[in-house]
Ligand binder design. Structure first.
Ligand SMILES: C[S@@+](CC[C@H](N)C(=O)[O-])C[C@H]1O[C@@H](n2cnc3c(N)ncnc32)[C@H](O)[C@@H]1O
Length: 221
């Protein structure tokens, strides 16, 4: 039997059976070792209400291993999803393929198309996926567009540029009225930055391994 294809990152199992990988560049794992798929679903998809939205428009900071994207695809089946992901250091296609290997949503036509053309944007029925291979802090973000912002950079100590008050303000402006920004960090400076940007910030209980996470909503009017 041939050897499995080599990946450019070392995959790691997490507590819920899903896989993550270690980033040599940032010295951290892409997803929570307490459950990468669970964190994606609870913190990002359900935390933002995307699983209930009739036509979600998601802006993601840090596409990484596509865990949040796959959790969103699974939760929005049958509804139109527009997903705008920023990533300045994309992993290789083989890493993505392997990390999603046992995820049933890997059979989704959108994920299949993404794998065929990675790294590029994809359009299939009910899914418009725009991949921007650039530094999100320098990007021209859409204004008043997103029903949800997933802020999922590495932690503020190693990836500070995506957690500055100025950048949080730009993310807040990307939200449509009533839109929700979610993130796994409940650090005080992140909370204050989101409040200063005019969002209504709420601390919520986190998934295993995380006491609290943040949900920050743009007022509806
Ligand atoms: C914690 S991982 C994201 C995990 C991902 N959301 C998932 O579901 O698998 C953080 C990601 O943010 C990306 N990133 C960090 N800073 C960035 C920046 N300034 N611009 C674009 N991408 C960035 C990293 O390369 C990494 O892939």
């Amino acid at each position: 039997m041939p050897d499995p294809p080599k990946t450019d990152s070392e995959l790691q199992p997490t507590a819920d059976g899903s896989l993550t990988a270690h980033s040599a560049r940032f010295g951290q794992s892409y997803g929570s070792r307490f459950g990468a798929a669970t964190q994606a679903r609870q913190v990002f998809v359900e935390g933002s209400g995307t699983h209930l939205h009739p036509a979600p428009k998601v802006l993601e900071v840090g596409f990484g291993l596509g865990q949040n994207f796959r959790a969103t695809l699974a939760a929005t089946a049958g509804r139109p999803l527009h997903y705008l992901a920023y990533e300045f250091d994309p992993v290789g296609a083989e890493t993505l393929r392997q990390v999603a290997f046992s995820d049933p949503v890997a059979a989704h036509p959108g994920w299949q198309a993404l794998m065929e053309g990675w790294p590029s944007s994809v359009a299939v029925p009910d899914l418009k996926f725009d991949l921007r291979l650039e530094d999100v802090t320098l990007a021209a973000l859409p204004q008043g567009w997103a029903s949800a912002v997933y802020l999922d950079g590495f932690s503020p100590d190693v990836n500070p540029e995506v957690w500055t008050a100025a950048f949080l303000g730009r993310l807040a402006a990307a939200l449509q009225p009533g839109g929700v920004l979610v993130t796994y960090s409940a650090a005080g400076h992140v909370r204050r930055g989101l409040q200063a940007a005019g969002l209504e910030v709420e601390r919520r209980p986190g998934p295993a391994g995380k006491r609290e996470v943040l949900r920050a909503a743009r007022p509806a009017t």
